[in-house]
Design a binder for this molecule. Structure first.
Ligand SMILES: NC(=O)c1ccc[n+]([C@@H]2O[C@H](COP(=O)([O-])OP(=O)(O)OC[C@H]3O[C@@H](n4cnc5c(N)ncnc54)[C@H](O)[C@@H]3O)[C@@H](O)[C@H]2O)c1
Length: 253
């Protein structure tokens, strides 16, 4: 799919990886709708990029349905969807201080896994009614974000890893569900990218982990992530798979 002239719906688009992708897709000629629970930040970037900002909690069914309808009304029907809204916590399953709070586990699953599925299902339904773009019958693409944590499983990451492994696990069945309508589904698993989310990680942990990245030994830049998003949009053969973008890091305990 040629990105130029398309509408891209980006959740979590106010910050970090979502914002990086919004910049890259805008440069490639897309119009971006940033859905985020942080409206002030989303509005700031949308104004800079000439897109729109909508306040929305991705885990809320009716709110996402209303937000997608608003995107269609204000910008046109999105054929590119990037699920970049997400949260992380670091809590051990149990320690002498107590058991992992169940509500915290459920909160992470609700945003990262249910929220991703929620946006994908509503946006994909909208795409089914659109005309095909090319001889392949392509109508659109849904791109989700998992994490290398889904496979590497560092300590304290049971909730986050479960949510991201869920995102990886639903990639192929969603791609198969939507294939008859020419809608692709891909997932990206980033390693260490410098964003506000990563700013919450203790400095001592960061000092230990960045030197373990084989190459390049540094943080990823959200624009490098955005470049992969653009490639996934443009390369129709990419479907039903998760791609790690991680400098070959494999996280230890
Ligand atoms: N930064 C990394 O190194 C890294 C690595 C692997 C995976 N990820 C994943 O990438 C995604 C983006 O992370 P980031 O680093 O850009 O974080 P970030 O905190 O910079 O951006 C996340 C955005 O999501 C929004 N958000 C959070 N909960 C929301 C909700 N319920 N509804 C709507 N918006 C919500 C936040 O307001 C924020 O703008 C997340 O899913 C994260 O788990 C990040």
């Amino acid at each position: 799919m040629n990105v130029e002239g398309q509408v891209a719906l980006i959740t979590g688009g106010a910050s970090g990886l979502g914002a990086g992708a919004a910049r890259i897709l805008t440069k490639a000629g897309a119009k971006c709708a940033l859905l985020d629970r942080n409206l002030a930040l989303a509005t700031e970037l949308a104004t800079e990029l000439g897109g729109i900002a909508i306040e929305c909690d991705v885990s809320d069914g009716p709110a996402v349905e209303a937000a997608v309808a608003q995107v269609v009304e204000q910008l046109g029907a999105p054929r590119i969807v990037l699920n970049a809204a997400g949260i992380d916590i670091a809590v051990r399953t149990a320690s002498p201080k107590g058991a992992h709070p169940l509500d915290e586990f459920e909160r992470v699953i609700k945003v990262n896994l249910t929220g991703t599925f929620n946006v994908a299902r509503v946006a994909a339904y909208g795409m089914i009614g659109l005309d095909a773009l090319n001889d392949d019958g392509e109508r659109g693409v849904v791109i989700n974000i998992a994490s290398v944590v889904a496979q590497d499983g560092p300590v304290g990451q049971a909730a986050y890893a479960a949510s991201k492994a869920g995102v990886q696990g639903m990639t192929l069945p969603m791609a198969r569900d939507l294939a008859p309508y020419g809608i692709r589904v891909m997932t990206i698993a980033p390693g260490m990218f410098e964003t506000p989310l990563a700013a919450g990680i203790p400095q001592e942990w960061i000092d230990n982990i960045i030197p373990t990245v084989p190459f390049p030994k540094r943080w990823g830049n959200p624009l490098e992530f955005g470049a992969l998003v653009q490639q996934i949009c443009e390369n129709t053969m990419l479907n039903g798979e998760m791609i790690r973008i991680d400098g070959a890091i494999r996280m230890g305990t």
